[in-house]
Write a protein that binds this ligand. Sequence first.
Ligand SMILES: C[S@@+](CC[C@H](N)C(=O)[O-])C[C@H]1O[C@@H](n2cnc3c(N)ncnc32)[C@H](O)[C@@H]1O
Length: 298
Amino acid sequence: MSGHLPVLVEEVLRWLRPRPGETVLDGTVGLGGHAARILDALRPDGHYIGLDLDPEMLAAAQRRLADVSEGLRCDLRNSSYADFPAVLDDLGVDQVDVMLLDLGINSAQLDDAARGFAFDRDGPLDMRFDQRQRRSALDLVNQLDEAELADLIYQFGQDGQSRRIAREICRARRDRRITTTRELASIVARALDAGGRTNPATRVFQALRIAVNHELENLATFLEQAPRYLRAGGRIGIIAFHSLEDGQVKRAFREGRRAGTYRELTRRPVGPEAAEQRGNPRARSAKLRVAERLPAAS
Ligand SMILES: C[S@@+](CC[C@H](N)C(=O)[O-])C[C@H]1O[C@@H](n2cnc3c(N)ncnc32)[C@H](O)[C@@H]1O
């Protein structure tokens, strides 16, 4: 699990400027890569609050952060970032100075075949960040009707061949349930002509992961609530990996500008430097947008 490199970490520190004494809400603590650097910036008396839906990630983050967090207030909670107000309430925190989301999946989750996130590793069709959740990818793939599957692949995978893929999935499952990532990947490959730059399964797996975990709804809920819990002068930064997420962030910040709640600090989304792109393939599509909370008009 130590192989995970946090993306845009210098940019996150530069734009979000966590400072000693401040309170930071990190909605996606993951393996604690950003957290370690943020905690360092909060020394000697800040408060770091880290959330993750995946208890395995939290346990790994806890181990990683044990030393760096010494002497600081560091609260790690197994919660969705969409539910952050309840966590703040529980901790007796009214507002925070910095909010960060680093969306999507991390390398430890992708590398673990048993989680079913990767099309190039054989594992069960799962894809849940939160194992307590009822519906997994297995249920969606085997239960949705052809039109629903096609819509899901089109909407969340932005795949123009969604109807062909949905048809092939439905044809295959007439014989027996589709239960593994490899089976699904080969059905997708069968549905499409060979060729193309990216493996067609990439988009189908992205679509299923977004749907299984309600990723766009969670982001919308977070964005809607954030201004109320961000102190005036506080900074909010979101790292997105595809245009569905990035578009949502862009719209929320733009509407915030119009409503007088936000000033956008990044005019354009910030991407990785060439060196980071070379060293960390996951960083290639990362886009960071940052806004500052304006004081409420009196
Ligand atoms: C890209 S990783 C974060 C990596 C982290 N910034 C680091 O430096 O290690 C995204 C994390 O968000 C978690 N996650 C996904 N959806 C979530 C949600 N709704 N609420 C909280 N955590 C979520 C995943 O389990 C994953 O660990």
